[in-house]
Design a protein around this ligand. Structure first.
Ligand code: HEC
Length: 170
């Protein structure tokens, strides 16, 4: 890979990454939607938004206003014996063959340990080179070094929805 010198805006984006602190109340934000990612990640994801983000989603207002914040939480998929025992006793599973029941149990998961939390923070003045969004990631509450332009490169095709992929699930 050729080494390409970071542009001034990339350097600025890197510097701002260190300024950002996890919003302490983010775990109380409202649910936008959920997703699962298959092998090799095998995780379960929830997207939460602060009030400004949720308002924009519900009113289908694009672009998102400055101050909108979206968090992507993720946990490892884990099987739960407690859940599976309950499913085994569920009368609606009675018509399933043993093989079909086993398949249901093998593909049923709950949220296990957290992997990381990613944030998109809308501030069109601060992050003009990445669509007006700051991109951040934390593992166990500690910031990961993130090159914002790498995050943005993958989100860039989502221009029509202001670089946000997740759709609001009613
Ligand atoms: C390879 C492509 C790719 C890269 C690189 C990427 N993302 Fe995403 N991101 C996605 C996709 C696809 C979704 C929607 C599904 C999901 O949550 O996995 C998403 C969802 C998100 C969301 C929820 C809002 C939305 O757009 O749906 C946030 C927040 C987010 N990413 C932050 C980041 C951060 C921070 C980085 C860099 C550390 C990053 N992303 C890098 C593809 C990418």
């Amino acid at each position: 890979m050729p080494v390409i010198a970071a542009t001034a805006s990339q350097q600025a984006a890197r510097a701002t990454a260190n300024d950002f602190k996890i919003p302490p109340e983010y775990r109380d934000w409202k649910l936008i939607s959920v997703a699962i990612l298959g092998s090799p990640f095998n995780d379960i994801r929830a997207k939460l938004g602060n009030n400004l983000a949720i308002g924009a989603f519900r009113e289908a207002k694009i672009p998102f206003p400055d101050g909108a914040m979206i968090a992507r939480l993720a946990w490892k998929q884990v099987q739960s014996e407690v859940n599976n025992n309950a499913f085994r006793q569920d009368p609606s599973a009675e018509h399933l063959s043993p093989a079909a029941l086993q398949k249901l149990l093998n593909t049923s998961f709950g949220a296990g340990p957290p992997t990381n939390v990613q944030f998109m923070i809308k501030d069109s003045k601060k992050y003009p080179s990445t669509g007006g969004w700051g991109f951040f990631q934390f593992t166990n509450g500690r910031p990961n070094h993130v090159v914002q332009s790498n995050c943005f490169a993958c989100h860039a095709p989502g221009r029509a929805t202001d670089f946000v992929f997740t759709l609001y699930s009613p």
